[in-house]
Design a protein around this ligand. Sequence first.
Ligand SMILES: Nc1nc2c(c(=O)[nH]1)N[C@@H](CN(C=O)c1ccc(C(=O)N[C@@H](CCC(=O)O)C(=O)O)cc1)CN2
Ligand SMILES: [Mg+2]
Length: 296
Amino acid sequence: MVETKSNYTLIDGKKVSADIKAEITQRVAERKAQNKKIPHLAIILVGDDGASQTYVDNKVKSCKSVGFHYTMMRFADTISEEKLMKHIDHVNNDDDVDGFIVQLPLPPHISVEKITEKIRSDKDVDGFTNQNFGSIISKNPLLMPATPFGVMELLRRYNVQTEGKHAVVIGASRIAGAPLSMMLTEQGHATVTICHKYTKDLASYTRAADILLTAVGRPGLVTGDMVKEGAVVIDIGTTRVEGPEYPKGWAIKGDVDFDAVAPKASLITPVPGGVGPMTIASLLLNTLKATEFRYP
Ligand SMILES: Nc1nc2c(c(=O)[nH]1)N[C@@H](CN(C=O)c1ccc(C(=O)N[C@@H](CCC(=O)O)C(=O)O)cc1)CN2
Ligand SMILES: [Mg+2]
């Protein structure tokens, strides 16, 4: 008889993000009691993409729940790049706003790179500007990109040892894979392999991973045979898959074939409920940090 051992630990991002929000609520209450400025997050949303709307609604709800002030700014998807830049300038110079984000994706006629670089780095609570990105490898990290910061926080809170371990990151995007690789090296002291769409024989790398992290957005990319026994598996992919078998008509799927991979893993994140909720918790933490920088 072949015995299958499946006593993995599920990494509960929902629980950790709730813990972080409780810590932030406490710190906001302390600031209030000391008559210090209450963090104020502004959110810019362009167009009416359904998923973006949901994420932005969640961000507003989270601001309310921790006691932050917030401003929601909506623009039609026909807005010109020039006009959007002017609005960003305005928020850059609005002293009451401590941090702000431009929800992605943007319509194709607007350059994400140009818009991102227009954001004042000390208000860039998504951690997307070149200055914040570069600060990952400095002695004095500034505002860290939210998703990878959330991953590092999950690893820390679940006592995952990264030093000297082989971490394999699939995906080299600017929002997730690239900064995550740098954080795992700089802060985690891991040996990092970055795989991407040009990588040949992906499985030969993933099978060598002590910690496997995937941020591609392709459901089912990581199958059971691609994972080493005992590996830590972190799934950053979130793809909306449609189908009549789902009660809502769609479901959120990660990159990992969870049922096949979980029995081999020591720790694993689910999708939903893993890394996703950490993105918003990190955004709130960055907004608090940006406020504390400005008004200690
Ligand atoms: N300006 C930004 N734009 C985008 C970011 C970002 O960090 N900044 N990230 C993504 C979208 N995103 C936040 O904006 C985001 C995505 C997913 C989740 C999340 O909690 N996912 C849940 C599932 C949610 C669901 O059921 O629909 C999960 O994985 O548990 C939060 C935030 C792109 N744009
Ligand atoms: Mg800048």
